[in-house]
Design a protein. Structure first.
Length: 417
C-alpha cells in the first residue's frame, strides 16, 4: 500500500476537501459566535459575566480535549461515525442551552456537550481524514481550504445569529444554530471508513522510504519527547488564548466603547471573511516556504496589530479594520502547524497528534476566555488582557524559531524487545 490512494481522482479529491470544509464551516461557525450570547445569557440567567465566561472557558478546554480522543477513535475506526456522533452532541447541547438556568446545567450543555460535539467535527479529525486520502502535494492546500471553511462559517453565522438575536431573540438564534449543526451528519458519509496505509508513518515529503509501523502509544511517547513538537504546543497555546479571548469578549469590548451590538457581529464576520484569504494563503505558502518561518511572522504580526488597536480611537471603523487585519492571521496558524506535525511524524496518527496540539491550543483558550471575564469584572475593562495578549504573541513567535523541519527518525521496538 502507498501513503495515499493512487486511484483517487481529482474529482473525488475535491469532494473530500469540500465536504470536510463544509463540516468545518458548521462546527466552527457554531463555536466562534458564542460570544454574541454572553450578554443575553447573563440577562436571562443572572449568573454574572464572570460565571458565564468560566463556562465558555470550559467549553474552549473541552473542545480541545475532545479532539485527541475523537482523533484516536477516528484513526482506528474511521472519521465518519465520529463526525456524525459529534453532530448529534453539538445539536443537543445547543438546543438545550436556552432552557437551563444554573451554572452546573450550563456547564453540561454549553461547556461539555456542545463543545465536545464540535470537537468531533473539527480540525484534527477533518485534516487527518483528508491527509490520509490525498497525495502529499495536496495536503497543505487541503488543510488551508478546510481551515478556510471554518472561517467562512464564522462569516456566515456571526451576522445571521446577530440578526436573529436582534429580531426574534437569542433563544430562537440558538435553536436555529442547533438545527444547522445537524447537517454535519449526512455530510460525514463520504468520510466513512478508515483510509490509513501502513506506510503512512513515513514522511514522503522528505523522499525517505517507509519505516516500520509503530503503535499509537509508541508514537505519542516519541512525539512528547521531541523538542520541535513541544515548541508547536507552546505556540498553539498562545493562539488559543488570543482567539478565545476575542471570540468571547470582543462583544464586551465593543459595548464598553459605547458601540451597538451590530458592530460586534460585523467585526466577527469580517474576521471570518478575511481569514478565508489568510487560511488559503497559509496553506499555499506552507508548500513553498519554511512553515516555522510562517508561524513566526503570523504570531509577530498579531502583537503589532493589538498594539496598533490600543493606540487607535475606538470607533466602528477601528473595529472593522482591526477585525479585517486580524482575520488574515486568525486561524492561519493551522495549516503550517498541521503541516509540521505531518512532516515530523507522517499522517498515520495525524488526527491524534494534531489533536494533542489543539488541546494545548484550547488550554490557552480556557485562560483567554476565563481571565477576560475576571479582568472586566475586577478592573472594568480589558486593558491587562490586551497587554498579556501582545506579550504571549511575541513569545509564540520566538518559540517557533528552534523548530526542526525534518522528519523524526523512528525506531519502533521489535517484538519481544
Amino acid at each position: 500500500m502507498t501513503d495515499a490512494n493512487p486511484t483517487l481522482s481529482p474529482r473525488a479529491a475535491w469532494i473530500l476537501i469540500l465536504v470536510a470544509s463544509a463540516i468545518m464551516m458548521i462546527t466552527m461557525g457554531a463555536r466562534l459566535t458564542t460570544g454574541l450570547f454572553l450578554s443575553p445569557l447573563n440577562t436571562a440567567t443572572g449568573l454574572g459575566v464572570a460565571t458565564i465566561s468560566f463556562v465558555m472557558a470550559v467549553a474552549q478546554l473541552m473542545w480541545g480535549a475532545a479532539q485527541p480522543v475523537f482523533g484516536a477513535v477516528a484513526d482506528k475506526y474511521g472519521p465518519g461515525r465520529v463526525i456524525a456522533l459529534g453532530g448529534v452532541m453539538l445539536a443537543a447541547g445547543t438546543a438545550l442551552t436556552p432552557f437551563v438556568s444554573s451554572e452546573w446545567a450550563l456547564l453540561l450543555t454549553m461547556g461539555f456537550l456542545s463543545a465536545a460535539g464540535a470537537g468531533a467535527g473539527s480540525f484534527s479529525i477533518l485534516i487527518g481524514a483528508t491527509a490520509q486520502r490525498l497525495p502529499v502535494e495536496r495536503r497543505a492546500f487541503a488543510s488551508g481550504f478546510i481551515n478556510a471553511g471554518g472561517s467562512f462559517g464564522q462569516f456566515v453565522f456571526a451576522p445571521l445569529m446577530g440578526a436573529i438575536i436582534a429580531g426574534a431573540g437569542w433563544i430562537w438564534a440558538m435553536l436555529t444554530m442547533a438545527a444547522a449543526t445537524l447537517l454535519t451528519i449526512p455530510l460525514a458519509w463520504p468520510l466513512r471508513g478508515r483510509k490509513a496505509a501502513a506506510s503512512a508513518v513515513a514522511t514522503p515529503a522528505t523522499g525517505q522510504p517507509a519505516l516500520p509501523s509503530i503503535s499509537l502509544g509508541q508514537q505519542l511517547r516519541q512525539a512528547m519527547r521531541d523538542r520541535s513538537y513541544i515548541c508547536l504546543h507552546l505556540g498553539f497555546f498562545t493562539c488559543g488564548f488570543h482567539i478565545a479571548f476575542l471570540v468571547t469578549h470582543l462583544p464586551g469590548e465593543v459595548a464598553l466603547c459605547g458601540l451597538p451590538t451590530s458592530v460586534s457581529a460585523t467585526a466577527l464576520a469580517l474576521i471570518g471573511l478575511f481569514n478565508i484569504v489568510g487560511s488559503l494563503g497559509a496553506g499555499m505558502l506552507s508548500s513553498r516556504y519554511r512553515m516555522k518561518s510562517l508561524l513566526f511572522w503570523i504570531y509577530a504580526s498579531r502583537a503589532v496589530l493589538v498594539g496598533v488597536y490600543l493606540l487607535a480611537p475606538k470607533t466602528e471603523w477601528t473595529f472593522y479594520l482591526f477585525a479585517a487585519a486580524l482575520g488574515a492571521t486568525w486561524l492561519a496558524t493551522v495549516p503550517p502547524t498541521a503541516g509540521l506535525v505531518g512532516k515530523l511524524f507522517g499522517v498515520r496518527y495525524l488526527a491524534t497528534l494534531f489533536g494533542m496540539t489543539l488541546l494545548s491550543h484550547q488550554i490557552g483558550g480556557f485562560f483567554g476566555a476565563w481571565l477576560g471575564g475576571l479582568a472586566v469584572v475586577q478592573n472594568g475593562d480589558y486593558s491587562w488582557m490586551w497587554y498579556a495578549d501582545m506579550a504571549l504573541a511575541l513569545a509564540a513567535a520566538l518559540v517557533n524559531l528552534p523548530i526542526r523541519e525534518a522528519a523524526v527518525v523512528r525506531t519502533p521496538k521489535l517484538a519481544g524487545a
